[in-house]
Ligand binder design. Sequence first.
Ligand code: C6P
Length: 425
Amino acid sequence: MGVQEQSPFDVDALRDDFPILERKVGGDVTVPGEGPGDETPLVYLDNGATTQKPNQVIDAIADYYREYNANVHRGIHQLSQEASVAYEEAHDRVAEFIGAEGREEIVFTKNTTEAMNLVAYAWGLEELGPGDSVVLTQMEHHSALVTWQQIGKRTGADVRFIEVEEDGTLDMDHAADCIDDSTKMVSVVHVSNTLGTINPVSELAEMAHEHDAYLFADGAQSVPTRPVDVGELGVDFLAFSGHKMCGPTGIGVLYGRESLLDSMQPYLYGGDMIRRVSFEDATWEDLPWKFEAGTPNIAQGIGLAAAIDYLEGIGMENVQAHEDRLAEYAYDRLTEFDDVTIYGPPGDERGGLVAFNLDGVHAHDLSSILNDFGVAVRAGDHCTQPLHDELGANSSARASFYVYNTTEEIDALVEAVDEARQLFA
Ligand code: C6P
């Protein structure tokens, strides 16, 4: 039985929720407003970069703009109250989704990157100094790597990298060496966006806590694709992006333990985050608003809540089961080619993505050929340049899957890779 037959939900029916999947691509590049190119069915396998949006999310955003568009926390008129309630309840929805205690622990940001920077600036600049260390892994996305690297330079804290083994997993003996009493923060990607590795976050959190350090999990690729519970994982901070989980761009989440967020100073100053201002001083609003200065991304917050409703309608266990099966299928099919190198762990031990290279062919050229067949993958370093250096590759092509993808689409990918092999042979 093929992978798709085993899918725990009706993928074909679900695809009807995503209007963009009707698109054809190829021919002339689409000019906005002039209709799509019309050659080949779109095979969208770039979900690690961003996912497509179902009608339910598009409608929730449109409903806000059509029916109750107003600024939040600023007016006592009805529309402002309706918008405020919807925006605040979106925080409750996120809290419930990841097992947080409540909205106090959920700060809306622009994306994962901004959530990282918030903690790095608001906590790191205050708390770190010479003699301290921050521990990362070699597979961190630049959003964590560059951010902590720069905070290290500014504070004098040492930034250490847990090494990645040949098989794409973390060297946990090296983790034990890196994390010591000087460590104040361990920042680790939960699911690697390049290797697909699922990192042992709970174990690393325990190691961090034994040394009174905090654990920051980058959930950009994990929260969209599997059940994530902050209590079960034992993390102190977690970041993720709405646009990678059927939600709109412009909305991300920072989860932080309430006592920690409470102890931190604001990252941005301005309207909506203050309680009382005089010419001399100011006091801060309660959590989470203390960290949400200025007019927030209201429609996007409401859209994220709708995306969570949508995903929970499928069931996160089911989303994970579907992703796991597609990853395994793609891995097995691509290993049929002896001139294809796949990075990361075996198919049954990875998240729903596969990064690979075809011998002697630049990933950009490969993805350009795939594009001719309507197959959209990402090519480049996936914001993990140092990891690519370790892999001995300057770039890779990456297929990444989501709830609407099918084994037939993976077959289309594999056929297109085969065409590229023959073309470049
Ligand atoms: N990775 C990818 O194609 P933002 O851009 O802030 O929403 O997410 C940043 C980010 C952080 N961590 C991980 C593990 C990620 O995968 C990403 C985004 C995209 O792989 C764009 S580089």
